[in-house]
Design a protein around this ligand. Structure first.
Ligand code: NAD
Ligand code: A1AUG
Length: 522
């Protein structure tokens, strides 16, 4: 297949992709219900407690029993990673890069099975699931290539200008030690796998924690790494709640650094914690979004409507990059709303395993309840709900968490303009003055992604003024979503990210390293 899958190309996949996905879904479904343990020091670690997990697609569908780590398991994982660190960091750059590529290759062989599991565990549609699995493959290759191309950031410097003495200088970048990776539920494979690849290739050892809703994805990552033959202890996998396992990892004395991806509240707590010990420890926190899109009177409205619907409602709005605030020039607002309404009505909602359904369920009962709460807030505060608003309970849908995509016109004072909902709800405001629209777009503590539809001569205005780490102009593939490693570096400004450096960018790997200046006089 010459087709190259990315989030930008996933809308027109070849038929063979569907066939392979369906075969994988049959294979994976036939194997549901097993027990999945932790992976510590190169082997399965049976846990004292397990939780049965059910699919958000259908609560009658049991995915299996998944280990819940306790404080002792966390300590074992941290000690194993600590013991493995000296030998792992001593490996040549090329050897660690080779092993990362091997993990990527193995993962690529399993990409359809992993995607089937992601559909079952998260409820995302097949193309989103395949995209996530393939994106993770790409992270392993991208970071291996990047680290090698930079020769492990080992740079000779000029000798000191001394008469009669040779004083040689060098800058080297060295790993920190045990790196903890804490992943969110929505991209549980890619946003565990990406940071894991970065931490490992740079010579750190890793303990990764999956989100409570998505332990299966974490375990599938562990299987790929185990089968690639990494030395015991270099990579360890634990699962369990944030409050117990996440906090135990963050507070562990052997934790040298953390990559956290998740909500602003938890991210800020971890940042403070990592800055608050005897000395500061690095914490890369990739956090939430409240992503805007501005549509001017010069926009191609058909293109805008396509990109808006994909980004506001794809994966039920459960993307940090999801579009949630729409600012539309008054003169084109009615026309755009008409186009959006038509596209929203055409969305097929249902069992995410089925090819025809573009929109699956939201992740859990709590998200389902939040949807009802936000709808009630919008309606009671006088918002105009242009489309959607119902939880779907007819027939089989009653066994999952299915909701309609929502487009609502709301007063600018409404509190939901400020709050990340993480659901398929987009709010719209009609503006008259372009500068005012920009001020509104920037009037948030977050700054992850932003979209723009307008004249090509207006694009520099948008790019120059918008406060966001990832920007898209006139993109039908997604107004605010769909970054792919190697094409769009992905990271947030303000409360959306702690470092100002994006994942899969030129500046990412250095964050897993600390510089040592080396001067030797002969
Ligand atoms: N910026 C990005 O790249 C990016 C990508 C994906 C998701 N997100 C954000 O993630 C959020 C959705 O994911 P979520 O609901 O899984 O987020 P979350 O913050 O609830 O959980 C994320 C992870 O942190 C763990 N955790 C929770 N409390 C913890 C604590 N006290 N100490 C340590 N770990 C703890 C969770 O168990 C989970 O593994 C949204 O806000 C979304 O915008 C951001
Ligand atoms: N990388 C994904 C978002 C990941 C966050 O949830 C995108 O670009 O849409």
């Amino acid at each position: 297949m010459s087709f190259r899958l990315t989030y930008a190309t996933m809308f027109n996949p070849p038929e063979a992709m569907h066939e392979r996905f369906e075969a994988a879904m049959a294979r994976v479904s036939a194997d549901l219900g097993r027990r999945h343990e932790l992976f510590i020091n190169g082997e399965d670690r049976p846990a004292a407690n397990h939780a049965q997990r059910r699919s958000p697609i259908d609560s009658a569908l049991s995915l299996g029993e998944f280990a819940l780590a306790n404080a002792g398991d966390v300590d074992s994982a941290m000690r194993a990673a600590h013991a493995a660190f000296p030998a792992w960091r001593a490996l040549p750059v090329a050897e660690r890069a080779r092993l990362m590529r091997k993990v990527g290759d193995l993962m690529e062989e399993r990409v359809y099975d992993i995607a089937a599991a992601l559909t079952l565990e998260v409820g995302k549609n097949r193309m989103e699931a395949l995209g996530e699995a393939q994106e993770t493959v790409d992270f392993f290759h991208y970071y291996a290539d990047d680290y090698e191309q930079n020769a492990g950031y080992d740079r000779p410097l000029p000798n000191d200008p001394l008469e009669g003495t040779v004083s040689r200088n060098r800058s080297v970048m060295r790993p920190h030690g045990v790196w903890v990776v804490i992943a969110p539920f929505n991209f549980p494979f890619a946003l565990a796998g990406g940071p894991v690849a970065a931490a490992l290739v740079t010579g750190n050892t890793v303990v990764v924690k999956a989100a409570s809703d998505t332990p299966w994805s974490g375990r599938l990552l562990a299987d790929c790494i185990r089968d690639a033959g990494l030395p015991p202890g270099v990579f360890n996998y634990v699962s369990g709640s944030g409050r117990e396992v996440g906090e135990a990892l963050a507070q562990h004395p052997l934790t040298a650094g953390i990559t956290f991806t998740g909500s602003v509240g938890v991210g800020m707590q971890l940042l403070r914690q990592m800055a608050g010990g005897a000395y500061p420890r690095p914490c890369i926190a990739e956090m939430g979004g409240k992503n805007p899109c501005i549509v001017t009177e010069n926009a191609d409205l058909e293109r805008a409507a396509t990109g808006i619907v994909r980004s506001a409602f794809g994966m039920g709005g459960q993307k940090c990059s999801a579009l949630s605030r729409l600012y539309v020039h008054d003169s084109v607002a009615d026309q755009l709303i008409g186009l959006l309404r038509g596209k929203i009505e055409a969305i097929r909602i249902g069992d995410a395993r089925s090819r025809e359904n573009w929109l699956g369920p939201v992740i859990n009962d709590s998200a389902y309840g939040n949807y009802a709460h936000y709808m009630q807030q919008l309606q009671s505060d006088g918002a105009t709900v242009v489309a959607g608003g119902r939880q779907l309970r007819d027939g089989d849908l009653a066994r999952g968490y299915y909701v309609e995509p929502v487009l609502a016109e709301a007063d600018l004072a409404h509190p939901l303009w400020k709050q990340e909902m993480f659901l398929p709800i987009v709010m719209l405001h009609r503006y008259r003055d372009r500068e005012h629209a920009m001020r509104l777009a920037n009037d948030t503590d977050m700054g992850l992604t932003a979209g723009f539809y307008g004249g090509s001569d207006e694009v520099p205005w948008f790019q120059d003024r918008i406060e966001a780490g990832v920007t898209y102009a006139n993109r039908p593939q997604g107004a605010t979503t769909g970054a792919w490693p190697g094409y769009q570096p992905f990271g947030g400004w303000k409360g959306s990210g702690s470092t100002g450096k994006a994942i899969a960018s030129f500046y990412y790997l250095q964050q897993y390293l600390r510089e040592q200046s080396r001067t030797v006089v002969e």
